[in-house]
Design a protein around this ligand. Structure first.
Ligand code: SR1
Ligand code: MG
Length: 429
């Protein structure tokens, strides 16, 4: 901390060892023999370097932002400041949702480097779900994380001044927002160099999406909401690759896309990634019985995530509303209390509609955009993969275009997903 700008350099193994050896607290944690520490680069995300460092006393995870998008290379520069926003949001999340994010051990602003608790034996949830694993703590933990981080950074909990300071603190993270604006809300619906899909099987579907004006209107409304609705501090990239799990623990990682945006973007990200795991399940090696059990668990989880999130969010609103929105003096007496409660229910209906729309956008981008996910990518047979993807797209189109009219409850969403389980789309090629 307190380092000057311009001191940035990429720390590969030897330089990282030397750097960590100069941090007394980390040496105490790892063990006094830096030369014996094992250092392994394990980053499999799209943007950064991630190292696991282990000594004879303990281990840490080290994340360093690269000055470019790792997935693409140096031709796509990206500000190092994202490490600052990640550190800032992790600190806030630790305060609001204790025990649900990794502990922060060290941060160097100039090196865009953060040292965190090593999460072991946790694995990336997406990998576990590809293997068909169920996570019993997930619903309770992720709904606490979302309800608390979203509620306590919103106008329902904060004064107008505090809220605006929060918005200002994250406003500089616009390069990361721009990635989302382009890769999620724009490119999949037009010809873009970086798009890809399971060709030739989805060629016709990709072309249909580019001509589908109802869809273009719906996704543009969502894009506007994303850009112009600073409701709360979002994680900003809350997919199952940003969640690490064991049977008994859940930790949310990687909030470098954090900014003040619409709450439904985070909740929709979680639901989308569960729904994609559901559709991908048909393409993975598992017996019919195992498949059924896993898919039932996933759809049950989709329902519980929304229901529990809504319950916890409303409970916070009823018990801990200290913000400048909905002044209590305007809702005095029994009549006022009843009217405010009706308004809370209306607020949640709007949030549900946003959530459903954002879930759809998050799904379509993983099938036609630049960054795909292993749920589908690890289905080796491209035709099987295309069937799973086409089913997910069919649901997503309905969710996006008919969000308010046809999907009023979470059971409407899971019911539609269930109906598409064995649907055989016509594929190109
Ligand atoms: C160029 S970055 C591509 C994607 O990786 C991140 O995980 C975000 O989802 C982003 O959209
Ligand atoms: Mg990430």
């Amino acid at each position: 901390m307190g380092q000057g700008q311009g001191d940035y350099r990429i720390l590969h193994e030897a330089a990282l060892r030397d750097y960590l050896a100069e941090q007394p607290d980390l040496v105490t944690l790892l063990g006094a023999e830096p030369v014996s520490w094992s250092i392994t680069e394990v980053g499999d995300g799209n943007l950064n370097l991630v190292f696991i460092v282990k000594g004879d006393r303990g281990g840490v995870a080290v994340k360093q932002a690269l000055p470019y998008v790792r997935l693409v290379g140096e031709s796509w520069p990206l500000p190092l400041s994202r490490a600052h926003y990640e550190y800032l949001s992790l600190s806030k999340q630790a305060q609001l949702a204790p025990g649900l994010v990794p502990a922060l051990l060290h941060h160097n602003e100039a090196l865009a480097l953060t040292v965190m608790e090593l999460l072991e034996p946790h694995i990336i949830m997406r990998k576990g779900m590809v293997a068909g694993t169920q996570y019993p703590r997930f619903v309770d933990d992720i709904t606490s994380f979302m309800a608390r981080t979203l509620f306590f950074t919103s106008d329902l909990a904060l004064s107008a001044a505090e809220k605006k300071q929060g918005i200002a603190a994250f406003a500089g993270n616009h390069a990361l927002c721009k990635i989302t604006e382009d890769l999620i809300f724009t490119d999949p619906y037009r010809i873009a160099e970086q798009n890809r899909w399971t060709s030739p099987y989805l060629d016709a579907l990709a072309a249909e999406l580019r001509e589908d004006m109802e869809l273009h209107v719906a996704v543009s409304r969502l894009k506007l909401k994303f850009m112009a609705s600073p409701e709360a501090l979002l994680h900003g990239d809350l997919h199952t690759g940003s969640i690490m799990v064991t049977d008994g623990q859940t930790r949310v990682i990687d909030p470098e896309f954090a900014f003040y945006g619409p709450m439904g973007f985070d909740v929709g990200a979680v639901l989308a990634n569960l729904l994609m795991a559901y559709f991908a399940s048909a393409g993975h090696e598992r017996s019919p019985g195992e498949r059924q059990v896993f898919e039932d668990w996933v759809l049950g989880t989709v329902e519980q995530v929304w229901n529990e999130f809504a319950r916890k969010f409303l409970e916070l609103w009823r018990d801990e509303a200290a913000g400048d929105a909905y002044p209590i003096s305007l809702f005095a007496g029994e009549k006022g209390a009843a009217r405010l409660e009706a308004e809370r229910q209306a607020y949640m209906r709007r949030l549900f509609t946003d959530t459903v729309g954002f879930a759809a956008a998050k799904t379509i981008r993983r099938i036609f955009g630049l960054a795909h996910n292993i749920d589908f990518e690890l289905i080796e047979d491209p035709k099987k993969r295309a069937f799973s993807e086409a089913r997910a797209v069919r649901l997503a189109r309905g969710l996006m275009v008919e969000a308010a009219a046809a999907f009023r409850t979470i059971a409407d969403v899971t019911g539609a997903a269930r109906k598409l389980r064995d649907w055989m789309p016509e594929l190109s090629g």
